[in-house]
Design a protein. Structure first.
Length: 63
């Protein structure tokens, strides 16, 4: 099973979050479990190849 890191915070009654790899694509849920389910859906959509020009975060080794 592959794992992905995500960032989230609670704003009143909602959990707001995004995948660390795709910080420009945010979602929300009424519970942390609902947020995680929505993040899985976003990951599937963004990695499907059906959406053009998806912004990503990468790593670069220098020196």
């Amino acid at each position: 099973m592959e794992t992905k890191k995500f960032v989230y915070y609670q704003d009143e009654d909602m959990f707001i979050g995004w995948l660390e790899e795709f910080p420009d694509y945010r979602t929300e849920g009424e519970t942390l479990d609902e947020l995680k389910a929505n993040l899985k859906d976003i990951h599937e959509e963004l990695t499907s190849g059906n959406i053009p020009n998806v912004l990503r975060v990468g790593e670069l080794s220098v020196a």
